[in-house]
Design a protein around this ligand. Structure first.
Ligand code: GCW
Length: 631
């Protein structure tokens, strides 16, 4: 096989419970049959009589399952989908040697999905793990890898996948219009066997681009009719289709604003068209002015999404989910939680994370994002925790056609942890990461200890050697890899730090852009006052002099210098720690990861030297500890 099965490579071993020797069950749905097949493959049942694992399939839509002991038998009950999740949960527990099966489990959210930024030509926008396995040479393709991908997703509890890039271009535009219905139907069925629904990204301008209409105005009856007819045909031909993902009025794409209409009018137009087919619309909130002038000190990109969407709270159709990036700007290594996730009351929100490591080392650096997911899910706003307020979750996928799916072997932990946390947001990041490590590398404590330690520290280490204190955006424009402290400074994207020889940062408190008010009075005050603002976000919220004293007495500048030195030293230490695993993990994985660490260490040194030297040249304030900073 030209790819790995990741955490599914390991099967239950050793002494298994008596029921594992026999399987019995009446299953009717494709998902029920898939569950039975997974159990047969993993447990190799060998008896005709005696204790058994019995599957009892129920009718209905639910995804939960129940698990009870009846004598020496184990009974698993649920819908086909429920049986599938119950099966993977049982197999995971057996593999980990965990005898305590839960009585019942069900997922926290009805939609738990991955968004692929795959293009029809096979390339992947912000993809760092090879080419697409969904598209080749302009066409969708379905093969064994499609099924194994669905198995991987189902095994961690994920139930949806959007096939194509939100920037819908070229041949991808034809996914909507019937040209590839046969291929889409086949992919939909294959994913569907494992309970994974198919979603498509569509262009809001499709009535113009594909329909030959003079407009895509949501109020135009011909536009409305076009969407209805197009959806009627598409959903009939691709029964597993769950709905559309839409990036509108964002980064040059058309949307309702193009026609002077609101985001709600745009979203509801599509929601009406998919509704008769049971479909939903995932409407992205990533709407902001991307043609800013750096001299304009008033416009604050961080404000844009809340300013656009909050006044529309309550106006969206019930089958619309607003897809909100976890932070207000764009997947930086540290951002505050998006105020939309905290404040919207009458609208269903879907939190969007980015597993594709666009700004977090591009799968050449280890950067485990489980702590970021937890930070957002556990964040408490005025009306409760984010995890209790959102209705769905998604993440930009980090997968591609590479042998190990994620480019960096350790990046598979992000895929795993996202699925587990989407199913159960109460799980601790440590647990998800430890599970992944044990399922991937086995139970040698030297390996699990070292790998989980690397993973759990990696985000904070990456943050220190790149852009500390929430400032973001000091990366090379375009590629977003490597340091370029002023790369985005005079550009149009609204991502400025405005550093001078005296101060750095954008003031977002009441005396500045007023962004902090979007969090409501209490949180707004906390972020708005320098003394109560969490230090790790200090430069996201405030403009400060380099001589500002941090809580531990160091100056702001000294803290930044120190972070770069210590972050880089820690990256070197993580690489050395990995080297101690030679002979303890499979050699090919060992070598692949070692090679990536070499690049991470090189890049961390570059970040340290470029950022520190730039600040030293700007301020002429030396490092208090006299370390080498290049002038
Ligand atoms: O961060 C930006 C990325 C774009 C991406 C966009 C988005 C798909 O650089 O590549 O486009 O976010 O989320 O729409």
């Amino acid at each position: 096989m030209d790819y790995s099965l990741l955490w599914l490579n390991r099967k239950p071993a050793g002494t298994l419970p008596p029921w594992a020797g026999r399987l019995a069950g009446e299953v009717r749905t494709p998902q029920g049959r898939a569950a039975l097949r997974e159990l047969e493959q993993a447990l190799a049942p060998h008896r005709d009589t005696g204790p058994a694992l019995r599957l009892r399939e129920e009718a209905g839509e639910g995804e939960g399952y129940r698990c009870v002991r009846e004598g020496e038998n184990l009974i698993l009950t649920g819908t086909g989908r429920g049986l599938l999740y119950g099966t993977f949960s049982l197999l995971r527990r057996l593999t980990l040697g965990d005898e305590a099966f839960p009585d019942a489990e069900r997922p926290a959210y009805p939609i738990r999905m991955l968004d692929h930024w795959d293009n029809a030509d096979g390339s992947i926008e912000r993809g760092y793990a090879g080419n697409s396995f969904f598209f080749r040479e302009g066409k969708p393709v379905c093969g064994p890898r499609t099924r194994d991908y669905a198995r991987l997703l189902a095994s961690v509890g994920l139930n949806g996948c959007c096939l194509n890039n939100v920037n819908v271009r070229g041949e991808s535009l034809h996914l909507l219009t019937g040209k590839y219905n046969r291929e889409l139907r086949e992919i939909g069925e294959t994913l569907g066997e494992y309970g994974v629904s198919l979603w498509l990204s569509v262009s809001f301008a499709a009535p113009l681009e594909q329909g030959g209409l003079p407009t895509a105005d949501p109020r135009d009856p011909a536009v409305r009719r076009w969407w209805q007819e197009t959806c009627g045909r598409l959903f009939a031909a691709v029964p597993d289709l769950a709905g559309f993902l839409v990036k509108a009025d964002s980064e040059g794409r058309a949307g309702p604003h193009t026609y002077g209409r609101s985001q709600a009018e745009g979203a509801n137009l599509l929601a009406d068209a998919v509704k008769p087919h049971g479909g939903s619309i995932l409407w992205r909130c990533f709407v902001y002015n991307c043609t800013q002038d750096w001299r304009d000190g008033k416009t604050d990109r961080a404000r844009a999404q809340y300013d656009t969407f909050a006044p529309l709270d309550g106006q969206f159709a019930e089958n619309v989910y607003l897809q909100v990036k976890n932070g207000p700007v764009d997947f930086q290594i540290r951002e505050p939680v998006s105020p939309l996730l905290v404040r919207l009351e009458k609208t269903k929100c879907m939190a969007e994370f980015q597993l594709a490591q666009e700004y977090t080392g591009q799968q050449r650096h280890v950067c485990c994002l489980a702590p970021v997911l937890k930070e957002v899910l556990d964040f408490r706003g005025p009306a409760g925790k984010v995890k209790d307020r959102i209705s769905a979750v998604c993440a930009v996928s980090n997968t591609g056609g590479d042998f190990n799916w994620t480019g960096h072997d350790l990046a598979a932990a992000n895929l795993y942890a996202f699925g587990r946390l989407a199913w159960d947001p109460d799980l601790r990041a440590e647990e998800a990461v430890r599970e992944w490590t044990r399922l991937t590398f086995g139970d040698d404590p030297r390996v699990t200890g070292t790998v989980t330690d690397i993973l759990l520290r990696s985000r904070e280490v990456y943050e220190r050697y790149t852009v500390p204190l929430g400032i973001g955006w000091m990366c090379v424009p375009g590629t977003h890899y490597g340091p370029s402290p002023e790369g985005y400074e005079y550009d149009r994207w609204g991502t400025y730090h405005k550093a001078t020889c005296r101060e750095i940062g954008v003031e977002r408190g009441p005396a500045g852009t007023g962004y902090t008010a979007q969090y409501g009075p209490e949180l707004g005050r906390m972020y708005g006052e320098i003394g109560t603002c969490p230090e790790e976000l200090l430069l996201f919220f405030h403009r400060l002099p380099y001589a500002y004293r941090m809580k531990d007495g160091r100056t702001l500048l000294q803290r930044i210098y120190d972070d770069h030195f210590s972050g880089c030293a820690d990256a070197e230490a993580m690489a050395e720690a990995w080297n101690t695993l030679e002979g303890l993990v499979p050699e090919d994985a060992f070598l692949r990861v070692r090679e990536r660490f070499a690049e991470q260490v090189r890049s961390a040194r570059e970040w340290r030297d470029v950022i520190n030297s730039w600040l030293y040249r700007l301020t002429l304030i030396p490092d208090e500890r006299g370390r080498t900073i290049y002038l």
